[in-house]
Design a protein around this ligand. Structure first.
Ligand SMILES: Cc1ncc(COP(=O)(O)O)c(C=O)c1O
Length: 337
């Protein structure tokens, strides 16, 4: 369809696009609260407490130190190194290469970047339903076709390889959220492994949205595709971020770990859209504990952050566990974030 012949003069790009229902609900809740109504907002999902002072102060410090200019398109090395180290720590110390990490303005942008990089017209992308509202919209924007595949109500609304083979045998991709918003279900490692094998055998991409990995009621972090061996990860992109577990929704920092070619395409894509993620916010997400002194953008600092990142120290600290428990409490108030 040409732009000229299209509805209202719009190109076909946004034809299927609907405004985010969860954001609309939250705006309505805010409006009603401002009007004095007693409202519980079950719209956008975010912790109901402020960003802890350590990352908040790191963000302020970054601004004061002049870290306010353009940063590398793929994100600052220090944050990519710290994120690689934390993902490694969460998955039993497996190697994670910081060069395959791309930082974006929120994991929503990471999701868009990866979908736009690997899907296109004619592709079919499976999404277990019920699903977070943005997945089908993002897939529409790539001109691929999202297919909602109902999860099994007898099985925590999860999707099996059998379901994929039955409903979308030729799918080029799957967007899988675990722990899942909105169902809360958590895929076991065996289930993730079966899906990764399916993806490898079918040459399909798995976009693994693991943004809620730290908000998990079982022991330790929820199982991840990163707990699987490398040979099962050739077509898997992991999406992670600081919004939910660190109460940093407004800072807009998302993290993607992707095979090298995909990571390169994602960075190139955002070099022409947003240029990169908000620079001082990247330092807030990276933050150093106040005890370790001022931050530095030098290469030496990058090496230090690789060896002993603040994320790692925080992940190990007791206060972090207490903090995560309170984040989990807040998560109970989430609806469809
Ligand atoms: C499942 C899921 N993925 C991704 C996001 C996006 O998070 P952000 O862009 O704040 O990193 C959300 C936010 O509500 C979400 O619920």
């Amino acid at each position: 369809m040409t732009t000229q012949g299209s509805l209202f003069g719009l190109s076909p790009n946004p034809h299927h696009l609907e405004t985010s229902a969860t954001i609309a609900i939250s705006q309505e809740a805010k409006r009603r609260k401002a009007a004095g109504e007693d409202v519980i907002d079950l719209g956008a999902g975010e912790p109901d407490f402020p960003t802890p002072s350590i990352p908040a102060d790191a963000g302020v410090r970054a601004i004061r130190e002049g870290k306010t200019h353009y940063a590398a398109n793929e994100g600052i090395l220090e944050l990519r190194a710290a994120a690689a180290q934390q993902l490694s720590l969460l998955s039993g110390g497996r190697p994670v290469n910081a060069d395959h990490i791309v930082i974006s303005n929120g994991s929503k942008q990471s999701l868009f970047n990866v979908c736009f990089s690997v899907f296109g017209p004619g592709d079919v992308v499976a999404i277990p339903a019920p699903a977070w509202v943005s997945y089908p919209q993002i897939v529409h924007l790539t001109r691929a076709r999202p297919i909602l595949v109902p999860g099994d109500p007898e099985w925590g609304l999860k999707l099996s390889v059998r379901d994929l083979q039955r409903v979308v045998p030729g799918a080029q991709g799957l967007i899988l959220c675990s722990p899942c918003n909105p169902t809360g279900s958590v895929y076991t490692l065996a289930e993730l492994k079966a899906i990764a094998q399916w993806a490898r055998d079918h040459k399909a991409w798995v976009i693994a949205d693991e943004i809620y990995r730290r908000i998990h009621y079982g022991p330790g972090p929820a199982p991840s595709f990163l707990d699987l061996p490398d040979d099962l990860l050739e077509r898997v992109v992991i999406i992670y971020g600081v919004s939910k577990a660190y109460a940093m929704t407004g800072w807009r920092i998302g993290i993607a770990l992707a095979p090298p070619k995909v990571a390169k395409a994602m960075a190139a894509l955002q070099s022409h859209t947003t240029t990169g993620a908000n620079h001082p916010a990247q330092w807030a997400a990276w933050w150093r504990s106040s005890a370790s002194g001022a931050s530095s953008s030098s290469a030496a600092s990058a090496r230090t952050s690789r060896a002993s990142s603040s994320w790692t120290r925080w992940a190990r600290s007791t206060s972090f566990s207490a903090w995560i428990r309170s984040a989990a409490r807040a998560a109970r108030t989430f609806a469809r974030g």
